[in-house]
Write a new protein. Structure first.
Length: 147
């Protein structure tokens, strides 16, 4: 089967709310086994999830000189389980460059964890007690705004 027709089927199943696994099963049952790989279906689902519903391949004029860090971060936030291979295709950047940026992002996450762990228990106790008071303010306001 032609790749463009498969992409239309995958897009249609995506729009119907099916998962990549369900779509893969449907294609295997109705079109034929080994017509499309599961990884291809998941790759197209990842593209559709980030509002890229174009069914054509993007032109590849070579490796970009710079990685769009914001695009990388958005794609990871949208799908925390996205693979480096999917990221590589979605943002048209090499896996080693993506890996370097992911490591840097991981370093930032570790710095945040270290900050959280560096605070004493009283810091968190005060914060939790403030939450109780704020919650009571919400209840007492009866749906009205308050400071």
């Amino acid at each position: 089967m032609d790749k463009s027709r498969l992409r239309v089927i995958i897009w249609n199943e995506f729009k119907r709310g099916n998962t990549a696994a369900e779509t893969f099963r449907i294609i295997n049952e109705n079109v034929g086994k080994n017509v499309v790989s599961y990884s291809t279906v998941t790759r197209w689902f990842a593209k559709f999830r980030v509002d890229d519903e174009k069914l054509e391949d993007k032109p590849r004029a070579g490796r970009p000189s710079k990685l769009d860090k914001d695009a990388l971060r958005r794609k990871i936030e949208d799908d925390p389980h996205i693979t480096i291979r999917e990221l590589e295709e979605l943002i048209n950047c090499g896996k080693s460059t993506i890996g370097d940026h992911l490591k840097a992002m991981d370093d930032a996450k570790n710095a945040f964890k270290n900050f959280i762990n560096s605070r004493n228990p009283e810091f968190y106790n005060r914060g939790i007690k403030k939450l109780v008071n704020r919650w009571q303010d919400c209840i007492d306001s009866d749906g009205n705004y308050f400071d």
